[in-house]
Design a protein around this ligand. Structure first.
Ligand code: HEC
Ligand code: HEC
Ligand code: HEC
Ligand code: HEC
Ligand code: HEC
Length: 217
């Protein structure tokens, strides 16, 4: 009798761990299933606002895409080229300027909460003055795209022959929060290489190879 109870308990335990394993496997997704992945970022940075409305060129921030393997994520100093002066949305700043003018005082610096995080990362206070003893620390952006290590991708090879960022990354200039647009699967790479070898890019012939060693070395 006792043995039967034990068997049942064991069976339940095995069933439970099995379903836990299934749950774990469905959370652990392969890179090629990451289409649409859009993790929350430490600062609510918007490509729609910057690359869309403000029309800042992609390469202003991702300058390495033209000359290197990685496109790179800009350092906070790149943001500061504008945010040394732009500390809050335009309409809020304008309101404060008008109010200060009416009240005959000098305008206060208003800082939006998201931009405050940018300044904190550079150890700057509300007046954008260095915080005594403060140490700058890099913003920990969450990586969106993750190819497995055994596949080699190189931005320069693509950008230099005129493949547009949007062909692989989609309409980034309309994304409030950045999302992975393509599957990044091997089939996706190889299909485009086959097509490009046949039809060229922008009417010019290219050498897009489908040899295994091009992407796996
Ligand atoms: C003002 C600076 C700036 C501009 C302009 C900009 N980006 Fe970005 N980009 C960032 C920052 C910061 C991140 C990291 C945070 C994020 O993922 O949103 C990023 C992330 C990305 C990523 C995801 C990287 C990853 O983690 O895998 C892609 C792809 C990207 N940008 C493409 C573009 C394209 C295409 C354009 C032009 C249409 C563009 N960016 C314009 C600043 C910029
Ligand atoms: C042919 C497709 C393709 C084109 C064109 C392309 N990318 Fe990418 N991009 C990728 C892939 C694939 C990855 C993931 C690479 C990895 O995980 O190693 C990536 C990763 C990124 C990243 C994050 C990792 C890194 O390299 O720093 C950024 C940022 C980025 N791309 C921006 C851009 C911008 C900006 C352009 C245009 C100037 C561009 N990409 C053009 C396919 C492309
Ligand atoms: C070329 C100039 C420029 C650069 C470079 C730039 N920004 Fe901006 N950013 C602006 C302007 C202008 C606004 C305000 C737009 C408005 O008023 O609607 C803004 C708004 C913002 C806001 C929204 C503030 C709010 O509360 O609404 C955030 C967050 C932000 N930027 C973060 C960043 C980060 C992070 C970087 C660097 C990766 C960056 N910006 C680089 C010009 C720039
Ligand atoms: C939108 C089309 C497109 C996609 C998608 C694409 N590629 Fe390419 N790729 C090209 C073209 C076009 C070239 C040829 C450039 C030339 O002629 O120099 C190329 C060249 C390359 C090269 C350089 C070959 C050399 O001889 O130096 C590598 C490596 C590469 N691609 C890897 C990848 C990987 C890995 C992926 C997927 C993650 C990918 N590509 C996705 C169009 C694409
Ligand atoms: C244009 C680039 C490219 C070429 C050419 C290419 N691969 Fe891949 N391969 C990839 C990428 C990117 C991945 C990772 C994709 C993923 O995670 O789904 C991959 C994944 C793989 C995998 C891992 C299993 C899988 O399907 O996820 C194997 C095995 C593989 N490739 C073998 C080959 C062989 C053999 C060739 C030559 C016949 C080849 N590859 C040619 C880009 C390429």
């Amino acid at each position: 009798m006792q043995q039967r109870v034990l068997t049942i308990v064991l069976l339940i335990a095995i069933g439970l761990s099995g379903s836990l394993l299934v749950a774990a496997l469905s959370v652990w997704r392969l890179p090629d299933n990451q289409q649409g992945y859009a993790p929350e970022q430490p600062i609510a940075y918007s490509h729609r606002l910057h690359a869309g409305d403000l029309q800042i060129d992609c390469k202003f921030c991702h300058s390495a895409a033209e000359s290197g393997r990685f496109a790179g994520i800009p350092a906070a100093e790149v943001c500061m080229k504008c945010h040394r002066y732009v500390t809050a949305p335009y309409d809020q700043t304008l309101q404060e300027l008008k109010l200060a003018d009416k009240e005959g005082r000098s305008p206060k610096t208003i800082i939006s909460p998201e931009l405050k995080k940018l300044y904190e990362s550079l150890a700057l206070d509300e007046q954008l003055k260095p915080i005594p003893g403060g140490k700058p620390k890099p913003i920990e952006w969450v990586r969106v795209h993750n190819l497995p290590d055994y596949a080699c991708f190189n931005h320069q090879a693509h950008v230099s022959v005129g493949v547009k960022c949007q062909q692989c990354h989609g309409p980034v200039e309309s994304m409030e929060r950045l999302a992975q647009f393509s599957t990044l699967s091997m089939g996706w790479c190889v299909n485009c290489h086959r097509d490009a070898a046949r039809n060229g890019v922008n009417g010019r012939p290219v050498q897009a190879s489908t040899d295994c060693s091009v992407c796996h070395h």
